[in-house]
Write a protein that binds this ligand. Structure first.
Ligand code: MG
Ligand code: ZN
Length: 219
């Protein structure tokens, strides 16, 4: 597994770079999913399970973006998917230029799905378009149901919200209905899935949404 060192790309318009990248990926029939969440929300664990379930149907590659370490990329490789570890040089998000660079390393056109596991935080990853076809965010039960109120942009820019770690719902004061209501108020078209990567609950619905997204990206 390769580790690449990235630097923030300084260009006039990240939005325009992202648009160009998105249309190239569309032509290559490779869906890029930008996965965003706080540290510890369960992104890598969700990916491990998703790769296990969909890996025989689709060619899946993952780029792990972190300030340091390569533990997540190693876990992904253990599942048999192609992975690259991108170090962001201290940056707390990925921009379109950095994403392009990591995609080159993965040889993106060889994959049906590339997942960008963005740097863990709920703030600036939402501000930088990476060129992804779909933005997906995770919110884990221990983080609390008030997060839509505190980080509205993340919920506004996401196509799907996965409420993760639902196996611990009995131990936390997390009102799922209230959380969904808050998210939908910010973004009426957001798709919400309640999942546990541990027990497998809710994984089917998420994976069927993802499969549909991969299939329709090719059309
Ligand atoms: Mg991770
Ligand atoms: Zn940042």
């Amino acid at each position: 597994m390769k580790i690449i060192e990235l630097k923030e790309t300084i260009t006039a318009s990240n939005d325009r770079d992202a648009e160009v990248l998105r249309s190239e990926l569309k032509e290559q029939k490779t869906l890029l999913v930008n996965l965003m969440a706080s540290p510890g929300a369960g992104k890598t664990t969700l990916l491990e399970r998703t790769i296990q379930d969909l890996g025989s149907k689709y060619r899946i590659a993952v780029m792990e973006a972190d300030v340091d370490s390569d533990v997540d990329a190693k876990r992904i490789e253990m599942m048999g998917a192609k992975a690259v570890q991108a170090h962001t040089g201290g940056m707390c998000h990925m921009d379109a230029g950095m994403t392009r660079r990591a995609l080159e390393e993965l040889n993106a056109p060889e994959s049906d799905l590339v997942v960008l596991e963005n740097v863990g935080n709920l703030i600036c990853p939402a501000e930088f378009d990476t060129g992804a076809g779909k933005n997906v965010m995770l919110l884990s039960v221990p983080e609390g149901d008030d997060k839509p109120l505190k980080y509205p942009l993340m919920f506004t820019t996401s196509d799907a919200l996965l409420i993760t770690k639902i196996d611990v719902l009995p131990y936390f004061d997390f009102d799922a209905e209230k959380c969904i209501e808050r998210a939908k108020k910010l973004n009426p078209r957001i798709k919400v899935f309640l999942v546990s990567s541990k027990t497998g609950e809710g994984m089917e619905a998420w994976e069927s949404w993802l499969s549909d997204a991969i299939d329709s990206w090719k059309q």
